[in-house]
Design a protein around this ligand. Structure first.
Ligand code: PMP
Ligand code: PLP
Length: 430
């Protein structure tokens, strides 16, 4: 793979910070190293001394004074080594990516820690997307993705999808505008980047089948595209075995995968990961060097200590408990929808994630309905328009998140039915 053709001028121009290189060198050296380099402040002057955090299973994550000094200090931009090692092992066990065994740097799998997957996504987009570029995605899609992509001035092209995610035949049709043998020609407008949420999509709840992923990957090969696999609901797949990921199929090194701990360990701690070909992960890390420098060292150490004490087995047992919870919530959501909304709406039961995507029959746009409900301080749902490429286009859908509410609160979706009936009799919808 030639990654140079994918990089924006800004990304290609990023250079390592000489001081960051010294900081990272210092961290890999024995403590006896006398360093007058770097610009690290003296942690003896910091007010925090030690910490002890109770884990729900009775364990404790503790920071003695030495650990605390490290936690309060600058650290490597790609992440602290012990967290990265743990995650690389997990990634290999879960996905066995072909690129993990590459010996040459080009295309070889690498990872970095990000401050939530949102930071990774935003930096990946800024690395790859120029003004005017055609970018493929299956809308409706996560509004945070639109917020990161749209200001880059690219042209977002929607690939039709259904409850099983992006439709390969539709992607083929969209791509038929370009000749695969000409995508490398200067001035080609062929898309270089495809973005998708493969499991429990936000907002649609859709999950892609293995067969579809294989077909989409083949099309990406044919047109030499990178695929951004944004998979924060991977660990929230209700049924085993979990679907094979794009990363697991990546023989070429064209997958950039973002993982997130937000739905399984903490959303507020802000921990995510970018996995992909080393030359691309390196570019993201250079961007981190120049912006946040690194994800909070304290946060990384706290999470890393817990993961090391759990081991992969303990981690996956925790995931099983999280899945149990969300499966119960999904079931409550579906039974409430069945009870109240059968006549007025349509939906597909999601097999992953935390969202139900509800289509209201005979209503062109749900914006007014939802704002009215919000004003009445009853149920709060998100009108579907915010997930569309053009947010002012009418949208007959609403997104219901079943993550936070009790089954009794979820049952309040019945108020949607009353307002819906009221709207149908008092407005004329085209
Ligand atoms: N500005 C200047 C002039 C600095 O010296 C530094 C840190 N060396 C920074 C900004 C970045 O500081 P922070 O750790 O708060 O990101
Ligand atoms: N990608 C998708 C599809 C999401 O739904 C979210 C959060 O809602 C994110 C990324 C951002 O997650 P994080 O908290 O890891 O930044």
């Amino acid at each position: 793979m030639n990654y140079a053709r994918f990089l924006t001028a800004v990304s290609a121009a990023r250079k390592p910070s000489p001081i960051r290189i010294l900081t990272e060198l210092q961290q890999r050296s024995p403590p006896s190293l006398i360093s007058l380099a770097g610009g690290a402040p003296n942690p003896n002057t910091f007010p925090f001394q030690s910490a002890s955090i109770k884990v729900k299973n009775g364990q404790t994550v503790s920071f003695d004074e030495a650990a605390m000094k490290r936690a309060l200090q600058y650290s490597a931009s790609n992440g602290i080594p012990e967290l990265l090692t743990w995650m690389k092992n997990l990634q290999k066990n879960l996905h066995n990516p072909p690129t993990a065994s590459y010996t040459s740097e080009n295309g070889q799998m690498d990872m970095c820690v990000t401050t939530g997957s949102q930071e990774g996504l935003c930096k990946v987009f800024e690395m790859l997307v120029n003004p005017g570029d055609n970018v493929l995605l299956d809308a409706p899609t996560y509004s945070g993705t639109l917020a990161a992509l749209q200001p880059l001035g690219c042209n977002l092209i929607n690939v039709p999808s259904d409850q099983h995610g992006m439709i390969p035949a539709a992607l083929k049709e969209v791509l038929s505008r370009w000749d695969p043998s000409e995508v490398h020609k200067p001035g080609s407008t062929a898309p270089k980047v495809l973005y998708t949420i493969p499991n429990g999509g936000n907002p649609t709840g859709a999950s892609m089948t293995t067969q579809r992923k294989k077909e989409v990957y083949e099309l990406a090969r044919q047109y030499d595209m990178l695929i951004i696999e944004d998979d924060p609901y991977y660990f929230l797949q209700f049924d085993k075995p979990w679907a094979p990921t794009f990363l697991s199929m990546d023989v070429d090194g064209r997958i950039i995968r973002t993982d997130s701990f937000s739905k399984i360990l903490s959303s507020g701690l802000r921990i995510g990961f970018v996995t992909g070909p080393k030359p691309l992960v390196d570019r993201v890390v250079l961007h981190i060097q120049a912006s946040t420098m690194h994800t909070s060292t304290f946060t990384q150490l706290m999470v890393s200590q817990l993961l090391h004490s759990w081991g992969q087995e303990g981690f996956l047992q925790h995931i099983d408990r999280v899945i149990e919870f969300y499966r119960g919530q999904r079931d409550a959501m579906i039974s409430s929808a069945d009870k109240w909304l059968k006549d007025v709406a349509e939906w597909h039961s999601p097999s992953a994630g935390m969202f139900l995507w509800i289509k209201l029959k005979g209503i062109a746009d749900t914006q007014q309905l939802i704002m009215q409900k919000a004003l009445e301080k009853e149920v709060l749902l998100v009108p579907g328009g915010v997930f569309m490429i053009n947010s002012s286009d009418p949208c007959p859908y609403v997104r219901a998140a079943f993550s936070l509410s009790t089954p009794e609160q979820i049952d309040e979706v019945h108020t949607l039915q009353h307002t819906y009936e009221h709207m149908l009799t008092h407005t004329h919808t085209p």
